[in-house]
Unconditional design. Structure first.
Length: 263
């Protein structure tokens, strides 16, 4: 029995030591080049930035953008679907190298990660059923409003005075889940990124209205670990090159029918 306990103790100690010394977090571009690829974390339900087509293939605007950047930098790109609520944990643990998926730049997020140059403007809009009569933020008072957990939409609502007047703020794992509940009449409105909301409207037979008032203008950026300024700088340089030579505009026109990049 003592011998068995000794073996178990030795095994536990070995596992603990391996765990303590398995830090493979990469924070420089030279390390990315040596490994041969960078890992992008994304919510693969966030159309049109990164989502699955009918055959399960990962497609989207940010997906195409990342592929072009990786090609120009001479490395591969791997995409890792993540729980959006755990995105900072995934980033800091080193399981992903960046978050590239319609990520809104906010003051609170700047405390947790570095951001690339802002590349797309966005708003947090209010999406409602057709003829609901909801047209302003004030109209949400007493109603059930859906958002995605840990999204910019949730932060926008929490930062607005309307938060304390809502009937309920319902938090969902994905915007798709919130939209399903809106279609079923379980909630009254969804606060959602305009980029995704407009795409959803264009791709569905569901009848929606967009409120005239929104929760303010914002910008998308790519999120990196606070220690990864070298990786951020490499990505920034290529993004700016693509904007200057028109390649970024071509990708934008493919997905949006126009060039929506911030110049």
């Amino acid at each position: 029995m003592k011998k068995l306990l000794g073996i178990l103790l030795l095994l536990f100690t070995s596992i603990t030591l391996v765990g303590c010394n398995s830090d493979s977090t990469i924070n420089t571009w030279a390390e990315i080049e040596e490994r041969g690829y960078f890992i992008v974390g994304l919510d693969d339900t966030f159309a049109p930035m990164g989502f699955r087509d009918d055959d399960g293939n990962l497609i989207g605007f940010d997906v195409d953008l990342a592929k072009e950047v990786s090609s120009r930098l001479g490395v591969e790109v791997q995409f890792q679907p993540i729980d959006w609520d755990s995105k900072v944990l995934e980033l800091n643990s080193g399981t992903i190298d960046m978050i590239w998926n319609g990520l809104t730049i906010t003051d609170s997020r700047k405390e947790e990660m570095l951001f690339s140059i802002p590349y797309i403007a966005n708003t947090q809009m209010i999406l409602v059923q057709k003829d609901s009569g909801i047209d302003t933020i004030a109209d949400l008072a007493g109603l059930k409003v859906g958002v995605q957990i840990s999204s910019a939409s949730e932060e926008a609502v929490n930062d607005n005075a309307i938060k304390d007047q809502l009937g309920e703020l319902v938090r969902y794992d994905t915007f798709n889940a919130a939209l399903l509940e809106l279609n079923n009449g379980t909630i009254d409105a969804v606060v959602i990124d305009e980029i995704m909301g407009r795409y959803v409207i264009s791709q569905t037979d569901e009848a929606y209205d967009v409120a005239t008032e929104n929760f303010g203008e914002e910008e998308y950026g790519i999120g990196f670990r606070l220690e990864s300024s070298d990786i951020r700088d490499a990505i920034n340089a290529v993004l700016q090159e693509m904007i200057a030579d028109g390649t970024a505009a071509e990708i934008s026109i493919t997905w949006f029918g126009e060039d929506i990049f911030i110049q």
